[in-house]
Design a protein around this ligand. Sequence first.
Ligand SMILES: Cc1cc2nc3c(=O)[nH]c(=O)nc-3n(C[C@H](O)[C@H](O)[C@H](O)COP(=O)(O)OP(=O)(O)OC[C@H]3O[C@@H](n4cnc5c(N)ncnc54)[C@H](O)[C@@H]3O)c2cc1C
Length: 415
Amino acid sequence: MKSNNDVIIVGGGIIGLACAHYLIEKNVSVRIIEQEVVGSGASHGNCGLLYFSDVIPLCEPGAVRREIFKAMMGKSSLYIKPTLDIKLIHWLLKFAAHCNATQMKAASKAKNDILRYSLDLFETFFLEHTIECDFEKKGLLLLFKDKKSFEGYESTNTFLQNFGFGAKALEKDEAQKLEPAIHKDIAGAWYDQSIWHLRPEMLVDAWKKLLIKKGLMIEEKCKMTGFEIDQGKIKSVYTVKGQYKADAFVLATGAWTPDMEKQLDLRIPVHPGKGYSITMERPDQSCEIPCYLYEKNIVATPWKTGYRLGGTMEFSGFTDELNAKRLSRLITGAKEYLNTSVRHPILEQWSGLRPMTYDDLPIIDRSPFQNNLFIATGHGMLGLTLATGTGKAVCDMICNGNARIDLAPFSMDRF
Ligand SMILES: Cc1cc2nc3c(=O)[nH]c(=O)nc-3n(C[C@H](O)[C@H](O)[C@H](O)COP(=O)(O)OP(=O)(O)OC[C@H]3O[C@@H](n4cnc5c(N)ncnc54)[C@H](O)[C@@H]3O)c2cc1C
């Protein structure tokens, strides 16, 4: 049996690190157990947006019809591998059932609460710590090729204004004046200034170093294989390097979390939603403001130290295979919106697995059956953005019994 800790966090992604951060601030002794190396999962090569206004869930009314239509036209960034996987089929049906106005309203409110909370916490975090991660507050330009979609975004924007967010419509000329890298063929843009960006792998690296200095212990190449459970409590975790004991445990294992469902007797309907990115040095006339290429669902993120194109959503199980066609679509798609969208050589081609729930809300809860186990997963497209809110909520549940925000919408009861 390895040494005793107050808290063991299984999973060294951005969510695990954020949980560790707030616990260590409270003088809790923390150890992260990671099967690979810290930050090697979805938290590595994502687009780096702190997308605080992303209030609307993926399962909005009309989402299924729209994606089927786009898929028929060969224009969808979504791919679902034909499958007999009953769990995935169930997940997809549940997703479809959630595409209605009532669910959207409730999910938007819940998302807004945790997005706002995360925003405030990130603000404090960057004021209190020097973290080298190319962090900037430049907003996001949503670029539209299609005039109808550009004009149609007005209703989305009105919805977002109810939450105190909202973008400014820019005609093509105005958009090009603001961002000369934009292609002459776009129809228009919406400029959302509430969005920040950073380089995620730099954040993970710098955050890890900061926490190690403050006492965080990390076991890498240390896959957890199970729990020792006794009378409704977790006593220790079994890993390939031995057994680790603690008073409380956090499961922050991203897309892999359902591996533990059976042993914990829990329903954790999280599926891996694979995304891709391509990273390079900045093109000579790269955009200065991050751009969301609306019809293609591609993000172009410029940093001082580099440039990334990212996107796509593939439901094809736990594979890290790099699909050349999907990667090349990032480049061809970006060329339609940006003048210089690529620079050779390509430094990294990457895929990552987003932990997706069918209602597009994270799971942040205490296990109903093991009262010293806390689950923090299912952050889908927003794990980076929601890291601080999630980490603080988990810390407060462990240290005070309750979080400062309402976690009911993120509870496991809903499954
Ligand atoms: C292409 C792409 C672009 C994205 N862009 C954005 C963006 O701009 N903004 C945003 O907010 N979000 C974005 N996301 C989503 C974001 O990356 C994820 O939501 C987030 O990284 C999830 O963090 P996590 O810590 O839960 O998971 P991960 O980072 O995957 O971490 C989970 C960790 O658990 C470890 N683990 C799993 N099982 C075990 C085990 N049994 N034992 C030990 N360790 C284990 C894994 O190795 C992994 O390191 C994007 C995702 C993709 C794919």
